[in-house]
Write a protein that binds this ligand. Structure first.
Ligand code: AMP
Ligand code: GLY
Length: 427
């Protein structure tokens, strides 16, 4: 089977790396890929939003299956375009991708099908939004409806901040993504992420994973795409995972099928574990980055037939086996991220760092001229380790991080601290 992976991040490197070991694989390509992905796939210079280019490449290179990594092309309808061309792919079509593409769509679905989530209001008009704020005091959360590269959520601690957020969003701060907004209750608790493969009717849960969104140690500072992740996530006990399938994932699949928009692909359930039980914060319709990196490290089964089964509607025949070991991924980013940063700094000693036992270094924003590897993104590397415990994976990952010679890079030094503390408590 010839496969094309779409995307250029650490998530896509991890997917390509896992797919590369499939006995079913013929040729593996990635568009556009990066310097690390080039070790396992042929990278082709086609942008993730160049749908014509992607379809033409598939036709010219006998691609049998396309794996779409990021949300933008999914929400934009890449799967619909591939379907029209008779090319199989992994991911939801544009209608089903509304689960990530429109927060209002998802909130209404939760309300209609009794799926637990924060209380909310949905508005296309500033005066009505402010009238709602008059009745619901801060702290409160204001969200642009559409995709805003993870930046469209404003946690308003005061009423004045809430009103300002409404004005900013309707004032165009997030462009078209802010034509509508959602105002919702501020949930207290511990966040977790849960993933399930879906084929429109059946869902197969993956193991739990948790990421760290804030840029600074101790979970402080600006929000990022994710500075690290680990799996398993102790907060997602077996009974919690059953509850999540029963209360959130299966009802969502049934609801989407009933609406004539069967969901296929991976459903990423962003959760708050509150004192009243788990509540949905948001759905994403693709793997998390860097959660995908830890999931792929622990997955022992061939991933390719599982991804194809999501398309074919045959997930009921798939069972996934996981390594009992823990995995932990530390993101190394360019100094300055998530704000402005320089491009082009050289990263040395990558090969030696990656050669350590139980280590994979997944690349995100790297380029190579054959001699030098340079950094061209905010998040640049995801240094990922397996270990007998989260603590063991953590110390291995940081040993490899310390072996990377990149003065312009930085990372958090505390990835996995909650899980490590829990392991100590129960030891
Ligand atoms: P989202 O882009 O919806 O994942 O939101 C980004 C982050 O904002 C989440 O990971 C949470 O930390 C936080 N967040 C979003 N909605 C809420 C909420 N209703 N209550 C508390 N925190 C929230
Ligand atoms: N790490 C969170 C995300 O991929 O959205």
């Amino acid at each position: 089977m010839n496969v094309l992976v779409i995307g250029s991040g650490g998530r896509e490197h991890a997917l390509a790396w896992a797919i590369a070991s499939s006995p079913l694989l013929g040729e593996l390509y990635c568009a556009p890929g990066n310097a690390g992905i080039a070790d396992v796939a042929t990278c082709v210079d086609i942008g993730v939003d160049d749908f014509d280019g992607i379809v033409a490449f598939c036709q010219e290179n006998s691609i049998d299956f396309v794996v779409v990594g990021p949300e933008d092309p999914l929400v934009g309808g890449i799967v619909d375009r591939l379907d029209e061309a008779g090319i199989k792919s992994f991911g939801p079509n544009a209608a089903a991708a509304q689960l990530e593409g429109s927060k209002g769509f998802t909130k209404d679905l939760c309300a209609d099908y009794d799926i637990p989530t924060a209380a909310y209001g949905r508005f296309a008009d500033a005066a009505e939004a402010k009238a709602y704020l008059d009745k619901h005091a801060a702290p409160i959360v204001i969200k642009a409806d559409g995709l805003a590269a993870g930046k469209g959520v404003i946690m308003a601690e005061t009423d004045a901040e809430a009103v300002a957020a409404v004005d900013e969003i309707f004032g165009g701060k997030f462009g078209g993504a802010g034509a509508e907004l959602v105002i919702e209750e501020w949930l207290e608790g511990e966040e977790a992420s849960f993933f399930a493969l879906c084929d429109g009717k059946t869902a197969v849960p993956l193991v739990g994973a948790q990421d760290h969104k804030r840029v600074g140690d101790g979970d402080v500072g600006l929000n990022t795409g994710g500075m690290g992740a680990y799996s398993p996530a102790p907060v997602l006990s077996m009974s919690m995972q059953f509850a999540l399938m029963d209360r959130i994932v299966n009802p969502t699949l049934a609801a989407m099928a009933e609406k004539g928009m069967p969901f296929k692909g991976v459903l990423f359930v962003g959760l708050m574990i509150t004192k009243d039980g788990p509540k949905l914060i948001e759905f994403n319709v693709r793997f998390g980055d860097p959660e995908c990196q830890v999931l792929m490290m622990r997955l022992m089964s061939d991933i390719l037939p599982a991804l194809v089964a999501c398309h074919d509607g045959t997930l009921d025949q798939i069972e996934l086996e996981w390594n009992d070991d823990a995995a932990l991924s530390v993101v190394m980013a360019t100094e300055g991220y998530p704000e402005a940063y320089e491009k082009g700094s050289e990263i040395k000693n990558l090969e030696a760092a990656a050669a350590e036992d139980g280590i994979e270094i997944f690349h995100a924003g790297t380029q190579s001229d054959g001699k030098k590897t340079t950094a061209h993104g905010g998040r640049v590397l995801a240094v990922t380790a397996l270990g007998k415990s989260v603590a063991a994976a953590q110390s291995r990952a940081y040993k490899a991080v310390d072996a990377v010679d990149w003065p312009e890079g930085f990372c958090r030094r505390d990835i996995g601290y909650r899980a490590v503390a829990r392991e100590k408590q129960s030891a």
